[in-house]
Write a protein that binds this ligand. Structure first.
Ligand code: MN
Length: 236
């Protein structure tokens, strides 16, 4: 839909420009329109499963509000910021690599848009267990064992004060665990933790409060049962 609209605007700009050679003012404004139409926009992925698919670990109502309200708002707000602030990047990587130059609105909502798209994909119905193959090898190589990795990751997610995320990232072949505040992520130039995200947990209260209230530890313990290790392996 969006691509079709962009293509239409581009085609319209090109054909109109050809028909009005010499009308430089019109040409320039159409060029600007075409350029604007091709800038990065964030879009919300379709949830790869039903709202109740992660029960009993994550309840359906939390998923419905989290995906339908919180995540949808980040998407809407970052695209609003991109338009009103005339932010122009080719892709998400470039957007985050320049996070230090973004407005608070663009940075927070851009992070929120990307982080949740990632988060939905690393979970699935009947997930969990332990990883196999190259993921298992990489985790063992970096942390000694899966149990030690799980302990360290859980501890990091527990200790993130206030709202934020805990991550497993691949930093040039070495796996690292860390956390980011708010909606920051390891792709941002402002982030202390850097690398390609492999796994993430949202520890904002909106991610668990309806079912778990103040018991973040229980949420994290049950979240391990939702992990889609095949999706994690794809990032490696
Ligand atoms: Mn969230």
């Amino acid at each position: 839909m969006k691509t079709t609209r962009r293509k239409f605007i581009k085609d319209a700009a090109q054909s109109t420009a050809l028909a009005t050679v010499g009308t430089s003012l019109l040409f320039n404004s159409l060029e600007a329109l075409a350029a604007q139409a091709s800038t990065l926009q964030f879009s919300q992925i379709a949830l790869p499963y039903a709202f109740n698919a992660l029960e009993p670990n994550i309840d359906a109502l939390t998923m419905e509000i989290h995906y339908g309200k919180h995540h949808a708002a980040y998407i809407k707000n970052v695209n609003e910021a991109i338009a009103s602030e005339k932010i122009s990047f080719e892709n998400e990587q470039q957007f985050f690599a320049n996070a230090s130059k973004l407005s608070t609105k663009a940075r927070n909502n851009g992070g929120g848009a990307w982080n949740h798209n990632f988060f939905w994909q690393i979970m699935k119905a009947n997930g969990g267990g332990a990883p196999t193959g190259k993921t298992a090898d990489a985790i063992q190589g970096s942390f000694g064992s899966f149990e030690k990795f799980k302990e360290q990751f859980t501890d990091t997610a527990m200790k993130r004060f206030g709202s934020g995320w805990a991550w497993l990232v691949n930093d040039g072949g070495k796996l690292k665990i860390g956390s980011t505040p708010n909606q920051d992520n390891p792709l941002m130039d402002v982030s202390e933790l850097k690398g390609t995200p492999l796994l993430a947990i949202d520890v904002w209260e909106h991610a668990y409060y309806l079912k778990y209230q103040n018991k973040r530890a229980d949420y994290i313990a049950n979240w391990w049962n939702t992990i889609n290790w095949d999706a994690v392996a794809k990032q490696l």
